[in-house]
Ligand binder design. Sequence first.
Ligand code: UDX
Length: 434
Amino acid sequence: MTITVVGAGYVGLVTAAVFSDLGNKVYCVDVDEKKIEDLKKGKVPFFEPSLSEYLERNIKEKRLFFTKSYSDSVSKSQTIFICVGTPSKENGEADLTYLFSAVEETAKNLSGYTLITIKSTIPIGYEDDLEATVKKHAKAKFEFAASPEFLREGTAIEDTLHPDRIVIGTHSKKAEKILLELHAPISGERITCDMRSAQLVKYGSNALLATKVSFANAISILCEKMETDVTKVMEGIGADKRIGNAFLYPGVGYGGSCLPKDVLAFIAQASRFDYDFELLRAVDAINDLQVERFVNKIRRILNAAEDKKNNLYGFEIAILGLAFKPNTDDMRDAPSIKIINRLLNLKANVTAFDPQSMINAKRILPQISYAKDVYRAIEGKHAMIIVTEWPEFSQIDLSKAKKLLKKPNIVDGRNIFDPHKAKVAGFKYIGVGR
Ligand code: UDX
């Protein structure tokens, strides 16, 4: 089948990589000329394990093409996947500017029956507007479907090839058949439904994942107050098969390109449908609180009064981990940004290290220093702060770290160290919920 993927972001590139690797001819269109030129040379604009190998292989085999031109791609395709971003507006609602412009450009170039499948996360209630936009510009017959994407950054290819489920939302039997055929080589349960339900599956899934994380974070607060260990408590809770242990790890809060924005967008669209999603407002509030509590732990370990302004003046702090999670260089809505900005407000001096995201971080946080590795980051500092659980951080040699640090303080936002071992190694240690 010939496919056009509109949008060369995370979802678009992974979709293009996987469908071309499965033997389809795939065009990937993006309005960003530089990005397209780089991609033609196999240069991926972000870090994602094995994605560049997939792209290179399929470019070489002449199954994958990058272009700025809708006319060169859409008109030759039977199926279009719309994979453009739907970022948050100030009020939390999803900004659909890119979506409508991508759909309009697609419509102008349709030739023959074409299925337009929306992979972007879009709020419920815009189906008629999308249909009207295409009708206004299209000369050919078309149908719509929604097939939301559930890939996680860091494991995107694996998640796309072996998803738990493939959700296909459309009123058209023909469209459903096309998408079922296209996904035939991919494993996972098939869930077929109408377009709105498919969109709700996406929002509901991300909202429930965020709810699990905030629940774990709320329990961690209680564990701190009750002097118990959240690790054991969550292990016990997650061992119930009905609950499961995934997404029950407390930390510095959820971040990334999806969970924070989708929770806010879901609250906003619920409100348009006259429902106050109080549960999700609490989920969002707990996520913010977790950052504030984390910064207070840093103040506490440094014996800096929590109620005084500017009271981290003169303190040198090493932040380990900037990306919103390991195995990505993505800084979108990373908790590190809020934590570091708060520390800077309190007049601390911050040095950071991250194995992948420092180039991106420098654009967002130009005021701090960056170190070449963990040990250079912590040298002469008053505290070592873990924000992202990169696997190499749990291999840190604690006795070497103690010699390098000015003060043996660890605030561990991801519970990567054993508190007992840290104490035996001579550290003052504060984790999350233990
Ligand atoms: C998420 C969804 O998992 C994916 O299905 C959707 O398509 C896009 O959004 P992603 O943004 O890549 O994927 O990150 P994910 O692995 O879900 O983690 C989200 C955030 O939650 C991270 O900041 C992570 O550190 C945090 N998290 C996750 C926790 O704090 N605790 C956990 O137990 C799990």
